[in-house]
Design a protein around this ligand. Sequence first.
Ligand code: FDM
Ligand code: MG
Length: 212
Amino acid sequence: MEIKLKKRGLFIVIEGIDRSGKSTQCQKIYEYLIKKNEKIEQWKYPDRNGDIGKLIDNYLKNQSEKSDQAIHLLFSADRWEKNKLLQNKLESGINIVCDRYAFSGVAYSSAKGLDLEWCKSTDSGLISPDVVIYLDLDPKEAQNRSSYGEERYEKLTFQSQVSKQFDKLKDDLWKVIDSNNNNVESTFKEIQIKIDELLKKREEEKDLEIKK
Ligand code: FDM
Ligand code: MG
């Protein structure tokens, strides 16, 4: 009998409007998993250092113009470029915590008026996360946070529209956390509960695999 120890890495996605605290929580998750002796990497989309990411970065900084469809496809292409690598990492047992993913792609592009289903279609087939942690923040609250307004999308009316589009994407995979209190620790506590749950589930699946 061949015993196959299947310990796939967790793919944890953090989503939310601009300034909702995603990068802070990604860092907290990273540190938490390191402490638990887990292999973990932090990813972020768009990947502004890659070839495609550089085009996106210019657009976001208002240094170039693109049609709504073209920029949507670039964001999507940025993810497709790294999909295989992501799969390999997860299969080799590395956990990935990712700041934004295809849900941002759909929410931001459809907030401009592009068809929701079309927006979804370009990401169809990408690896699905194990959980989407959504940091829920009132767009008016976001406006008061530091560095707001530097990039193209950081405007109250647009962020309010993005927030409404995110609402349409929520499903059972999502864990929605109210982040309006701006309390890093209490927000993380809720995330931690979810992560512990996922780690436990994965261990149980591994045990099942051994018994088979
Ligand atoms: N964004 C991000 C999109 O419009 N589509 C996407 O697919 C992704 C991943 O780009 F305003 C937007 C969201 C945000 C901007 O993201 C850059 P960061 O997290 O603020 O760097
Ligand atoms: Mg931003």
